[in-house]
Design a protein around this ligand. Structure first.
Ligand code: URA
Length: 441
């Protein structure tokens, strides 16, 4: 048996001392994580060294490529049409994927979407879809491909064969304080997206209280790093920078977000949610060559919602993935909470909403049992927030701040207290920051 060309400790020491790793060293690391030549303690030592010392753009590109090739790279070349996906770095109330995928498919794109589960205060698309009775997210690649061909979109979980190195590395990062590292986030996200078989990609990089990246500068740095990886891989990637200080739309949770998403596809979406969804879908339509510009995209999207074709795509996707399409007409078939708890402004309240802290709203969902502290936790799909008040809206005594869907009075009381802390008032109409702040191409 030939001995490996490198030892893990040499690679760790090189990075610890600020050196740049070679392509071969990075490949040895990505492979070694999967085949066990890099023990968990060595992998975490290297992750921490990368956290402190960083990586050059070239090292990040090599790491992305090595991680992508640690498993199956899906070939969708036999699926006709432009294959464009969207990925969000996550937030609270971010149900954009549920609206965008059928909308983009109705406008003529193929949307092969591999999504994730919620963790901590942020929600996950797969958990939301699983609120729909029967909806299967764990499909094989041939099933994924067949639905994509037939319907135009399929939304599934990552298969165990795709980017196994990330599965291992993400789990290690999660428990060793090495998540918030731009080269590692960049390689983690981009390796999974590039392994999906896409032609191009739109990223929604969130920043603010409810986001991973708290500052716009860090979000911009991450966006630029991911767009650069796209350039190296020959896949056009555009990254939108979106503020995530208050939850997107008026619902957060699972059942509550599915209902809000279907309402958007019926033409009754909240303004902020539709602004972000249409901007991202528009970028996808331009990248996929369906339209030439934003005005063309807007026209197509407006028509797809008005003529019901976007909602019809959602219905077709539900049917293809085993979900009950009756959900479109009858929200009562979704998991339903025992009780609704209206959170109302106190008797002395007067003014306008200046803040609806997205992080706190995420904590309220967790307090209700609708979040996941560890990857193995089960979520309660029925609980959540609906009819949430938005920044700028007037408040007086008794104004509804939100409706909590609860299954337990004690948990409901805890969530109510958190919501009361999350909503702040000001005597005058507050100045609002733009939701969409940049587009990196
Ligand atoms: N999402 C991912 O998939 N990976 C990260 O590292 C961070 C967010």
């Amino acid at each position: 048996m030939s001995s490996p060309a490198f030892s893990p400790q040499e690679i760790i020491i090189k990075k610890r001392d600020g050196g740049a790793l070679s392509k071969k060293e990075i490949e040895f690391f990505a492979r070694g994580v999967s085949d066990g030549k890099f023990a968990d303690y060595q992998a975490t030592a290297l992750l921490m060294a990368i956290f402190w010392r960083g990586m050059t753009p070239q090292e990040t590109a090599w790491l992305t490529d090595a991680m992508m090739h640690s498993g199956e790279v899906i070939d969708l070349s036999d699926v006709p049409g432009a294959k464009v996906d969207k990925h969000s770095t996550g937030g609270v109330g971010d149900k954009v994927s549920l609206i965008l995928a059928p909308l983009a498919a109705a406008c003529g794109l193929k949307v092969p979407m591999m999504s994730g589960r919620g963790l901590g205060h942020t929600g996950g698309t797969l958990d939301k879809l699983e609120a729909i009775p029967g909806f299967k997210v764990q499909l094989t690649v041939p099933e994924f491909r067949a639905i994509l061909k037939k319907v135009g979109t399929a939304m599934i979980g990552q298969t165990p064969q795709v980017v196994p190195a990330d599965r291992k590395l993400y789990a290690l990062r999660d428990v060793t304080g090495t998540i918030e590292c731009i080269p590692l986030i960049c390689a983690s996200i981009m390796s999974k997206k590039l392994a999906e078989g896409i032609d191009s990609l739109v990223l929604d990089v969130k920043f603010g209280k409810g986001a991973f990246m708290k500052s716009k500068d860090r979000a911009l740095e991450l966006a630029k790093a991911m767009v650069a990886i796209g350039q190296v891989s020959g896949k056009p990637v555009w990254a939108q920078l979106t503020a995530m200080n208050q939850p997107l739309g008026r619902a957060a949770g699972h059942t509550t977000e599915v209902i809000e998403s279907i309402e958007c596809l019926k033409g009754h979406g909240a303004a902020d949610l539709m602004e972000v969804t249409c901007a991202l879908t528009g970028h996808m339509l331009i990248l996929g060559g369906v339209v030439r510009d934003e005005a063309g995209a807007q026209k197509k999207m407006t028509a797809a919602i008005a003529n019901g074709s976007a909602l019809e795509k959602f219905r077709q996707m539900c049917v293809a993935q085993g979900g009950d399409p009756k959900v479109i007409e009858d929200y009562k078939i979704l998991p339903t909470a025992n009780k609704l708890l209206e959170v109302k402004a106190p008797a002395d309240a007067k003014g306008f909403v200046s803040e609806v802290d997205a992080l706190k709203c995420g904590h309220a969902i967790m307090a209700l049992g609708g979040g996941r502290a560890a990857v193995t936790d089960q979520v309660d799909h029925a609980v959540g927030i609906a009819s949430l008040i938005k920044i700028g809206e007037p408040v007086s005594a008794g104004t509804r701040l939100c409706t909590l869907h609860i299954n337990d009075d004690e948990k409901g009381a805890r969530a109510e207290a958190i919501i009361r802390e999350a909503v702040k008032l000001t005597p005058v109409v507050p100045k609002q920051e733009p939701l969409i702040q940049d587009l990196i191409q």
